[in-house]
Write a new protein. Sequence first.
Length: 401
Amino acid sequence: MSRKYIFFKHLIFYNVCLILLYSCATQKVELSQTPIPFDSAVRTMVHHLFNEIRNDQNIFEKLGQINVVLDPIVDASSGEIVKVSRQIEQIFFEENQKNFSDFAFNRMTSQNLPDAQYVINGLIYFDEYKNAKTPKKYYHLSASAINLKNRKKIAEFSVWILEQDLDYTPSPFYQDSPIYLKDKRIESLKIIVESPIGDEADEVYYDSLDIHALVIEAETFYEQKDYQKALTLFQKAQKRPDGQLMRTYAGLYETYVKLGQKDKATKAFGQLLILSLKENNKLNIKFLFDVNSPEFIDDAGLIKEYMAWLQMIAQYFQENNQCFQIAGHCSRTGTAAYNDKLSLSRALTVQKLMQAYLPDIMQRTTVVGKGFRENLVGIGTDDARDAIDRRVEILVMNCSQ
């Protein structure tokens, strides 16, 4: 009997054993249609997605490690990575080490993306659960797995979370951003999450994975307070044609501020301003107001930064001879009438402060208060978790209007 024959005989036996093992491990996971505890929901998600990835492997691929990267779960309303996203990520790592040692699993970076076979991504959002007798809002978590070789969606998982108090505080990078950074990639990710298994990943998301991985890496260094490394990566992204993103210039602005490079920070903010207006035709500015007040929060450092933002925004509209609407928003506490009045007062505060830099602002602007009618989170906690609901929007308008 030849050595080659013995080798192939053992190989066939080994693969048959693998198939039997994996068939036991990949039984159908029951997807709960009622809200379940957070920890159980995420661990069930990990098992379902990882087992479906195993099922997608051919017989020879199963002989080696499976390289999977995680595109951090983001809030569908704001596009931000929030603290509960990191908690979800930690559970993924725990289950990987405990039950899926054949997976090489990491947060997506520019280094590990080229060797990755699959990417897992997802969204979390606060939505109305309509299956109950009395509709009530819960957090809803959805995730997908994409085969990076054929770009097809091969698995999905969707679950309602029982807890109402998830930590929705933005991660440091997003908390420090002067504007909300939701872009076309988030809309593309929504398309993927909602698409059937077997469909190809939406091209906007798939084609941006390379630059997205680089920016994620930069954001991670920022979160770790290694601002010099973060700056180096944001500068690297800036030099690329596909790196002309709001997140790139927000990152440059934030790291320049942290490193005390004021002039460079001002220039980066100007680019961020232009990109946001070009992509969204509006600015979602992060102004923090005192609770139940039209005045900015009592923080001298923040107010100084706000005034710098307002000066640059006013200068932009002056130089481009454009008109705009200032829209105030409130979080969902108190009556609708009270919040309509409060949101209008906040918009008027911004208009008045900008007048020092744009003397004819009364002729260039309209001011509206939208109360909580256009809440993006809507949990009414009046803290960092729903800060986006207390935003001020600046929207470009035709001057004839």
